[in-house]
Design a protein around this ligand. Structure first.
Ligand code: 5GP
Length: 218
């Protein structure tokens, strides 16, 4: 079946892409899930944010983020470059507008690895095009365990991250789909199902009106 679910019809127009705002507390598996979703779906692209924070070891400029200076970030705000932007933990983060708009018009979906605030702004900016998906860990103990296994962080940092995780989780009911990541393969399957259901929605197929008109004339 084609990615829009309408293959086999006589007439097929281009669908509008879906903006997928994917959030979770850190350590719940969101990044791994989004990477797998991307590799399984050629029509899905990842939105690369700009940030003023420094790259962490292993992070690649232009791939993980577009790492820019505060001055450059502020200039881009003034130029209307961003679809949304926010100050998170004293650093600026923002989503470039043009790639997002081009992708949805071309029928490609865009995935945003973003916190609840960013997800809310994206949904406000493009309510018809956005779907919000939240990934929950099966337990807080598991989340803490995953954060500890990442290594480097002191007890204090872990405590801080756990508090932030709880804050993020408290926004779960603002999301359209909530997936508990107790089993990676199952969570990935649910994520794919949510995406495919969203792609089928009537308003994502602007060509349907014309199709029905032609159908009725037959
Ligand atoms: P980190 O510095 O750990 O990569 O990200 C810190 C936080 O910033 C995360 O919660 C992440 O979701 C959020 N973030 C990353 N990119 C953006 C963005 O473009 N816009 C907003 N609003 N938040 C972002």
């Amino acid at each position: 079946m084609s990615s829009d679910g309408f293959s086999g019809t006589i007439f097929r127009g281009r669908r509008r892409g879906v903006l997928i705002a994917l959030s979770s507390p850190s350590g719940a598996g969101k990044t791994t899930l989004s990477k797998r979703l991307l590799s399984q779906n050629p029509d899905v692209v990842l939105s690369i944010s700009c940030t003023t924070r420094k790259p962490r070891p292993g992070e690649i400029n232009g791939q993980d983020y577009d790492f820019i200076s505060v001055e450059e970030f502020k200039k881009r705000i003034d130029d209307g470059y961003f679809f949304e932007w926010a100050e998170v933990f004293g650093r600026y983060y923002g989503t470039p507008k043009t790639p997002v708009m081009e992708a949805i018009d071309e029928g490609r979906d865009v995935i945003f690895d973003i916190d609840w605030q960013g997800a809310q702004i994206i949904a406000d900016q493009a309510p018809e095009d956005t779907v919000r998906i939240f990934i929950l860990p099966p337990s807080l103990a598991l989340l803490e365990d995953r954060l500890r296994k990442r290594g480097q962080d002191s007890d204090e940092v872990i405590r801080d991250r756990m508090n932030r995780a709880k804050d993020e989780i408290s926004h779960w009911d603002e999301y359209d789909y909530v997936i508990v990541n107790d089993d990676f393969a199952r969570a990935l399957e649910k994520l794919n199902q949510a995406l495919h259901a969203e792609r089928l929605k009537r308003n994502r197929h602007p060509w349907l009106g014309e199709f029905v008109d032609a159908l009725m004339e037959q």
